[in-house]
Write a protein that binds this ligand. Structure first.
Ligand code: AHM
Ligand code: MG
Length: 414
């Protein structure tokens, strides 16, 4: 038995605590071109997978705009975008297959969310608390199953890690690709029973090292799995979310801009509606849960106080908008400008949101749209996770707004 393994859900090697077997065994990831490993960073990872990294994108010419439609009936669907001419040579078809399977999962989730009240899918699942200590809703469980099954069945994912699972899971059905997919299958699910916006969030990494498969040593397999998952956001090859709201919209970046695809309910396809989204430089809307005001530190309170002072803002203070659904609040911020924040507080020093499958993917999207994602003192994308379900404070949105917030939080730290 291995003397050293990883504590469940943590990334640093520690003495073995208990045996937790992954639900399925791993297949070797040897066929992946990953020799350069994690140290190669985003551009290396992107280059290995044929994705244009952010750094590379600076030099690369802007992606070609979709061609003019040949007829009013021609649809520029998500799959056309993924597999069509414009992406040839810049997006690996294996990765495109993973992203396509995610879009199918999200269509299924959209259908379940839309019919939740009719199909008795509201309320708690009765499965008790998840690893976050939160009671799972029926739709949390269903969405997790849908997401996991679509990713397994596409045959291109090596490891998946979900908000709803204690440990990352190795995928035995994989035939090639071996991408690592991290996801929150249904974020903001406390809103479900009131019919308010919810969403799915995901990120895709290439493995940082080969998965070591040892059927006789599940701890070793789990440790390898966790190591693969605990990568900084700057290694992400792709990140996205799907908002289930008055419309269902999929927003994606593969490291070369941000694109939005709206689900056409009549044909059942995501159709390109938002080409190269740019977040406004500024925006006078803030989205914070101000119920926590008394628990925040002085810097955060002073920042929020300043937004409400008309004399500082030409007579018109900032507007407060808070759904309590990250995907909804983020999507509005992306399109209208402003800032979304979930600070640390006296009860939870690192706030509520999870680095791997909430903060890092949203920060990648924000950056790719010209915005910023910060903890208040550092770039979210630079943080190397120490735990699968690690939480970090998040401030994300228009660059001028995030910098203004940092002018308070960084001063307090100095
Ligand atoms: P969840 O992943 O358990 O759904 O929690 C995340 C959600 C975010 O969507 C939202 O921004 C935040 O929690 C709201 O938290 P609060 O109710 O503390 O404001
Ligand atoms: Mg969540």
């Amino acid at each position: 038995m291995a003397a050293l393994t990883h504590r469940v859900g943590t990334c640093a090697p520690v003495a073995s605590q208990k045996r937790v077997a992954p639900r399925v065994a791993f297949k070797p990831v040897a066929q992946l071109n990953n020799a350069a490993g994690q140290a190669a960073g985003a551009s290396g990872a992107a280059a290995r997978s044929g994705v244009v990294s952010k750094a590379a994108a600076v030099e690369a010419p802007a992606a070609a705009a979709p061609k003019a439609r040949k007829s009013e009936y021609e649809l520029y669907t998500f799959n056309t975008w993924l597999f069509g001419e414009e992406r040839r040579g810049t997006l690996d078809t294996e990765l495109a297959t993973v992203l396509s399977s995610i879009s199918v999962a999200c269509k299924q989730i959209a259908a379940a969310v839309g019919r939740a009240g009719i199909s008795s899918l509201t309320g708690v699942a009765g499965t008790g608390e998840n690893v976050q200590g939160e009671e799972q809703k029926k739709l949390d469980v269903i969405s997790n199953d849908i997401f996991s099954l679509c990713l397994r069945n596409c045959g291109r994912t090596g490891v998946i890690a979900s908000e709803e699972e204690e440990n990352p899971i190795g995928v035995e059905e994989t035939t090639s690709g071996n991408y690592i997919v991290v996801f929150d299958p249904l974020d903001g699910s406390s809103n479900i029973d009131a019919g308010i916006s919810v969403g799915s969030i995901f990120g895709v990494y290439s493995p940082a090292e080969e998965c070591i498969v040892d059927m006789d040593d599940p701890e070793k397999t789990l440790a390898s799995c966790i190591t693969n998952v605990c990568q900084p956001g700057k290694n992400l090859l792709a990140a996205g979310y799907v908002l289930y709201s008055s419309c269902t919209i999929l927003v994606l970046t593969i490291g070369d801009g941000v694109y939005g695809f709206t689900l056409d309910p009549y044909v059942g396809e995501f159709v390109l509606t938002h080409d190269r989204i740019q977040i406004p430089e500024k925006g006078k809307i803030y989205a914070f849960n101000e119920g926590n005001y008394e628990l925040w530190d002085d810097a955060t309170r002073s920042y929020i106080d300043s937004l409400k002072k008309p004399e500082l803002w030409d007579g018109k203070p900032y507007s407060a908008r808070y759904i309590g659904s990250l995907v909804g609040d983020f999507h509005r911020t992306l399109l209208y400008g402003g800032i979304y924040g979930y600070p640390g507080d006296k009860k939870n020093a690192n706030g509520k949101l999870r680095l791997l499958y909430e903060c890092a993917p949203m920060s990648m999207i924000a950056e790719q749209a010209g915005g910023l994602g910060s903890t208040g003192t550092e770039r979210v994308m630079d943080i190397v996770p120490t735990k699968v379900h690690q939480r970090v404070p998040l401030f994300v949105g228009s660059p001028a707004e995030v910098r203004y917030l940092e002018s308070f939080t960084k001063k307090a730290q100095a």
